[in-house]
Structure formats: structure tokens, C-alpha cells
Design a protein around this ligand. Structure first.
Ligand code: SAH
Length: 274
């Protein structure tokens, strides 16, 4: 297990299951374990912490030794070790053993939104899981994302829909569109081109060129009364649109013969849609 996998299993999963009072979809867990959040975040300095590199190295050695053994319970034991060492590191913080400059990238494994610059944030992992759950993402789907940001949420969606699916994602800030492209190319290597279309521009009106979609989701908040109707023509029958407000209950629209039916999801806070 690497740190991202420990993070998904031990932080995001319990948070999701307790917070939303439902099981964390296994297909989403599998996708999230593959997408290392650290690789998507910028190296912007945010502060100075006290850490102990020696203790970290000792933990890594112990874990590597366990992983190579044929111990039947090694997965559980590795998880236990991480918990134990995390606690020890915490104690060392108070003993102030060695100072270190910490960047946004170093706090990747926190279940919170994280600044990616330009006033925007990388989505909270448990929120990415929740949105994937609401959309019932599955292999082969065609999905439209509005607000690529750093590409973290996009990578998880693309993993959920697999190589048979296709994700189109639109980002309005050119610097972030470029960052997402680099991150997603790095994550998907040769399959990037066939699995993802990145578009730079305003996504309010969707992207008819790649329609129809099984679902459309926004990663920035807005009230959809004025523009959501225009997306209906880009959706397949019973297709869904997920639209968070800036603050309040996330709206889950399902396409019907008459327009959309609306369901209220969990309470959220999002950066505003432009
Ligand atoms: N889910 C992303 C980022 C979410 S932040 C991640 O995991 O990193 C929301 C993003 O939506 C920001 O990058 C913002 O620039 C973008 N955005 C806001 N309004 C938009 C619009 N009208 N069209 C396209 N992108 C938009």
C-alpha cells in the first residue's frame, strides 16, 4: 500500500461512510486508490512544520519488509503500522525535532479542499466520492465535467468509466487548463488522448460537440434555474446533471420527457461558477 491508498482506506472511506451513512462504492474506492492526489497539486509553500525524516524512513523500511513477507495479514498489519507511526510522528511534532518547509503538495492526504491557485481549490476527496456515487459512474459512460481545476476529480471520473468510457472536461482559467493537461497526461500516459478531451473555455452551455453524455457535473457552484435547461439536449435519456450551489444542497437533475426531475443531495460549499 502507498500513502495515497492508506489515505483513501483510512481517512476518506470512514469519513464518507460515517458522514453520508452509506457504504463507499467499491468501484469508486478502486478508482481513488489509483489517483494519487499529491501528483495533482502545485508545490506552493504554505508553512513550516516539524517532522522527523528518520522516523519516516524507519516506517517505510518496516512496511517494505512486511509487504515482501508472505504474512497472510500483511495488509491489516501495514495499516496498523501506518496508524502507529502517524501517531509517533505527531508526538515528534511536539518534541520539535526538525523543521521543514511544507507545500500544498505535502498536505495532499488531508480530506479537505486544497488551494490550487487562482482562487480555486482541488475538490475534497470525500466530495469527489459522493458526486461519483450520485452519478452512478460505471464502465463505458460518456461524461462531461465543467471545471477541470488541477484534474484530480477528472482523473477519478476517467478511472471510474474506464478505457471504454470518455470524459470531456472544460476549464475556464487557461493556467489551470494547462496544469490539468500536464497532470492528466502524466497519469494516463498513452491512453490520455483516447480517454479524455480537455477544452479551455466557459462550460455553462456544456459542450455539444461531444454529446450525448450519460451525465454532466459541475465542480463550481451555481443556481441552475437560468441555464440548466439548455443542457438537456446534450444528455442521453434519463441522463443526470449534478450541480452544487455555492452553499446549500447539491442538486441532482434527471432528464425526463418533460424536462428534469430534481432531487436534493447533501449540504455543500463550492467556489462560484464563473
Ligand atoms: N474539480 C477540480 C477543481 C474544482 S474548482 C479539481 O479537482 O481540481 C472549480 C473549477 O471550475 C475551477 O478550476 C474554475 O476555474 C472552474 N470554473 C469555474 N467556472 C467555470 C466555467 N463557467 N466554465 C469552466 N470552468 C469553470
Amino acid at each position: 500500500m502507498n500513502l495515497n491508498q492508506v489515505f483513501i482506506e483510512n481517512i476518506v472511506k470512514p469519513y464518507f461512510e460515517q458522514g453520508f451513512n452509506m457504504p463507499f462504492d467499491q468501484s469508486v474506492v478502486t478508482a481513488m486508490r489509483k489517483v494519487d492526489r499529491k501528483d495533482f497539486l502545485p508545490k506552493t509553500p504554505i508553512g513550516i512544520y516539524i517532522i522527523d525524516a528518520e522516523l519516516r524512513d524507519e516506517a517505510m523500511r518496516e512496511i517494505a519488509r512486511l509487504e515482501q513477507s508472505d504474512d497472510a495479514e500483511k495488509t491489516e498489519k501495514v495499516t496498523e503500522l501506518w496508524k502507529q507511526y502517524t501517531k509517533d510522528v505527531h508526538e515528534h511534532i511536539f518534541r520539535q525535532t526538525a523543521p521543514a518547509l511544507v507545500t500544498v503538495r505535502d498536505v495532499a492526504y488531508m480530506n479537505s479542499p486544497i488551494s490550487i491557485g487562482h482562487g480555486q481549490t482541488c475538490s475534497q476527496p470525500s466530495m469527489v466520492a459522493y458526486m461519483s456515487h450520485c452519478l452512478k459512474l460505471s464502465e463505458g459512460m460518456h461524461v462531461l465535467e465543467i471545471g477541470t481545476g488541477c484534474g484530480y476529480h477528472a482523473a477519478i471520473t476517467a478511472e471510474c468509466i474506464g478505457a471504454a468510457g470518455h470524459l470531456t472536461s472544460i476549464e475556464i482559467i487557461p493556467e489551470l487548463a494547462a496544469m490539468a493537461k500536464k497532470n492528466l497526461q502524466h497519469h494516463f500516459h498513452a491512453s490520455f488522448e483516447s480517454r479524455i478531451t480537455l477544452v479551455e473555455g466557459n462550460g455553462r452551455a456544456g459542450f455539444p460537440q461531444n454529446a450525448p453524455y450519460d451525465c454532466i457535473y459541475f465542480t463550481a457552484g451555481a443556481n441552475g434555474d437560468g441555464f440548466i435547461g439548455g443542457l438537456s439536449a446534450q444528455l442521453k435519456e434519463h441522463g443526470k446533471v449534478l450541480l452544487p450551489p455555492e452553499q446549500g444542497n447539491i442538486a441532482i437533475y434527471t432528464k425526463t420527457d418533460e424536462g428534469f426531475s430534481l432531487e436534493q443531495g447533501t449540504d455543500v460549499m463550492f467556489v462560484p461558477l464563473q
